[in-house]
Every structure is written in C-alpha cells, then in structure tokens.
Design a protein around this ligand. Sequence first.
Ligand code: FES
Length: 186
Amino acid sequence: MNMKKQICIEETELHTSEGRRNFLKICSVALSALMGIAFAIPLIRTFISPALQQTVSGSTGLLELGSISDCQVGIPRKIKIKDVKVDAWNKFPPTEIGAVWIIMDKDKAFTVFTSICPHLGCGINWDENSGKFICPCHDSFFDIEGRVLSGPSPRGMDTLEAEIKDGKIFVRYRKMRLGVSGKFPA
Ligand code: FES
C-alpha cells in the first residue's frame, strides 16, 4: 500500500467516526429534550389548569333535600341547600348556598321553589296565618302556587327542577335573573 492510499483510508475512517459522534450527540440532545418535556407537562398542568377552571363552581347536579315522608300536604317546608364549593385551588366543606320551599299537593305531587324573591333577591317566607308567601323587603305577596298576588315582584316564585328517587326529593338548584318578568338562569 502506497503512502497516498494509506492517508486516504485514514481520512475516511476519521470522517466516519466524526459522523457517528455527531449522530450520537444529536440523539442525546433529542432524548434530553423529550425527557424535559415529559417532566414539564405535569408541572405546567398543575399550575395552569386550575387557573383555567371556573373561579367558583356551585352545584352542577341534583342535590338531596330529604325524605318525602317529612312533607305534609299543603304545608310548605323550607330546606337549606348546601353544596361543596370548589375554587381554582381549594375544595371547601359543604356550605349553605341558598334555600328552597317544597310543597306537596293532595295528589302527592311536589313543587320546589327557590326562596329567592324575583324582585331584588330577598328571602321569601311562608306566612301560616295568611296562607301566603311574603317577601318582607318590599312586600311582595305570592299564593301557595307561587303566583304574584301583589307587590313589585315582576314574576311569580321560581320553580326548580326536582326528582323523586327512592322516597327522597332531589333538586337541581340554580339562581335566576332578578328584576325581569321572564325566568332566565342568572
Ligand atoms: S326583594 Fe322581594 S319584593 Fe323586593
């Protein structure tokens, strides 16, 4: 083998091993980047995801109000509504979020009203003596079926979606817009 040929072979080997080194370097950088992304995603989700959620979420499903056997025909019964509140980072213990009036008629059919007055949002009470619902803030009066009898309330008491399951009453609690004649979710 002459000298020129020997140099040529050595140069070729040199290029081959340099190419291999570069390839391994690229692979190692790519692998490190992938591992970095794999670790970063859960971390980013931990910090970003709560911020994308609703700040405070109230009830979304049906809430249990109690047994139907606790209701008496024609006598409204007030029940406080409690629900778990969740904000971006915390889950709070059950908190009172409102109240409802349940009425059972003689056919054992149930009506559930929110206790919030449609005028400006005060709490509506049942007055046994007069047999009427009364809002004490501006004297709106409602009959037992929630119809306005007198006062500034622009509509009757708001009914809520309710279900009976295994002898228990459940309600889908929600707040409605105030001061308007139509019933729209707030
Ligand atoms: S808030 Fe009930 S009558 Fe005004």
